[in-house]
Design a protein around this ligand. Structure first.
Ligand SMILES: Nc1ncnc2c1ncn2[C@@H]1O[C@H](COP(=O)(O)OP(=O)(O)OP(=O)(O)O)[C@@H](O)[C@H]1O
Ligand SMILES: [Mg+2]
Length: 476
């Protein structure tokens, strides 16, 4: 087989799934999972590409099309209401709001309104953009933002709450009074709405107090560790004033989504499923119902009284784990995955064919580019790397004529060889660097056994023990 002169000449695919090497079956399952929204259980030893596959599935998914908010429920504030709006409806609402009313230049708006909306300085009366919190003419504070993480209220320098919208009346030519509202619009103008237009905007739901818990523009890859229930299932934050209408923070503002909710329309990835323990049950319910309530999970918190029902959580579940731990996965969870997805055992070696050697060379190129700090590898270096992959397949998995797929280890070797090449001032990683790296990359156990021939003897000499005639050891 002719090796490329260096990894610089090796093309790298742009599709993230094609970067996963040697796991043909898992790759096939991952493609289907992304296309058909199926669950996946990836079983295999560390560093064989499980996390990589999960990320690739998330990358292949279309962007989320639904925004999820919780709305204030005036009848029962402890039961905020969920609202799901799809992208097209949101866009429609936005244009409707944009076209409502009449745009006025700031000069045509009463002075007190421009002050309240943050256009005019109350000290020098000069106009400036409402986004500037300090008056550019006299340096006075126009407003300050609330320091609370729960709201985005804005106060005037005098401490008065600034409004997004100012209500007032105007006198019509026929002498009648009419209610009007002014609000900040784009291009430094102010929008004026009549009572009728206000009602319309309200009915479109735009004005209802809300907290967007899942914005449209969110990641499709959510990794949960299962470290706590709240991380996975969400929570309602504590408010020492118990959400009191004046002193406290309204319950809907305290709703925090869990990983299962954040993964709505995306991938929920759980590395090491066994660490989830009893939390697996909740995942199972969430997978079945595709909705899961958010409630306060701390009985002593004022959040415990609050619950939001029907929060959507329609995710693709991808779990990863070691084969040895398969018995600690809840049978109904596995059942759920088998019923609506795939369980895949990852391979640890691949046959030593020309095609697979090429893949391993692509892997070397990928890792070098991903690392970004090391030079490319020449053909001699690649030869040595292939030899090492063969050796590892034999030593770890007892396979001859095979190449290892325990890639994290190989990746470490490439980086170490790269660092040695950098130290050398070499333009490419050569066979010499790979061989040196192999020697340096030995684990502590391997280093010990090469130095003391059996690693446990090192421990003995550290504690002043030594081998005496006939007897294995004895405290000196
Ligand atoms: N099949 C593979 N193809 C290409 N690169 C791989 C492959 N497997 C692992 N790698 C490399 O090793 C790194 C670690 O892989 P990954 O995190 O996907 O392993 P994992 O199977 O999730 O391991 P763990 O069980 O320790 O979480 C990747 O970033 C990648 O550089
Ligand atoms: Mg991983």
């Amino acid at each position: 087989m002719r090796l490329p002169a260096s990894t610089r000449d090796v093309p790298i695919p742009t599709d993230p799934i094609a970067l996963v090497i040697g796991q043909d079956e898992a790759v096939r399952a991952a493609r289907i999972a992304a296309k058909q929204r199926r669950h996946l259980l990836l079983v295999g030893p560390p560093g064989t590409g499980k996390s990589m596959l999960a990320q690739a599935v998330a990358y292949l998914l279309p962007k989320p099309t639904h925004e999820v908010s919780v709305l204030h429920n005036p009848e029962n504030p402890e039961r905020p209401i969920v609202e799901v709006r799809d992208a097209s409806k949101l866009a429609e609402e936005r244009t409707r709001a944009k076209n409502a009313g009449k745009l006025l230049p700031v000069h045509d708006v009463p002075v007190f309104v421009t002050e309240k909306l943050g256009f005019r300085c109350r000290r020098c009366a000069k106009l400036s953009a409402p986004t500037a919190s300090v008056c550019p003419s006299c340096g006075a504070d126009k407003y300050r933002r609330s320091s609370s993480p729960f709201d985005d209220l804005v106060f005037s320098a005098a401490g008065e709450m600034l409004e997004e919208r100012v209500h007032t009346t105007r006198t019509l030519p026929n002498g009648k009074e009419e209610l009007v509202a002014y609000e900040t619009a784009e291009n430094g103008k102010i929008r004026m709405l009549t009572e009728k237009e206000m009602k319309e905007a309200e009915s479109s739901g735009k004005r209802r107090p809300r907290k967007v818990i899942l914005p449209l523009n969110r990641s499709t890859f959510i990794q949960a560790t299962g470290a706590s229930e709240t991380e996975l299932l969400g929570d309602i934050k504590h408010d020492p004033y118990g959400g009191h209408p004046e002193a406290g923070i309204a319950p809907y503002l305290r709703v925090v989504p869990g990983a299962i909710h954040e993964a709505h329309e995306g991938v929920l990835f759980i590395d090491e499923i066994p660490t989830l323990g009893y939390l697996q049950r909740f995942i199972l319910t969430a997978m079945q119902e595709k909705r899961f309530p958010i409630s306060g999970r701390n009985a002593t918190s004022t959040g415990a009284a609050v619950r939001v029902d029907n929060v959507p959580c329609d995710f693709i579940f991808i779990g990863a784990m070691n084969a040895a731990d398969i018995s600690s996965v809840l049978p109904p969870l596995r059942n759920r995955i088998i019923g609506d997805g795939y369980e895949v055992l990852l391979s640890t070696t691949m046959p030593d064919t020309e095609e697979n050697r090429e893949k391993l060379i692509q892997f070397a190129a990928q890792e070098i580019i991903k690392d970004g700090k090391i030079p490319h590898m020449d053909s001699g270096g690649l030869e040595a790397l292939l030899a090492e992959a063969r050796e590892r397949a034999r030593a770890i998995d007892e396979k001859s004529n095979a190449l290892t797929l325990r890639m994290r280890g190989l990746s470490g070797l490439i980086k170490l060889a790269g660092d040695l090449a950098v130290l050398d001032g070499s333009e490419l990683i050569t066979a010499k660097h790979v061989t040196q790296a192999r020697e340096k990359a030995l684990t502590i156990e391997e280093q010990l056994s090469s130095r003391y021939d059996q690693w446990w003897k090192a421990g003995m000499s550290d504690y002043g023990m030594r081998k005496r005639q006939g007897r294995e050891s004895e405290v000196a």
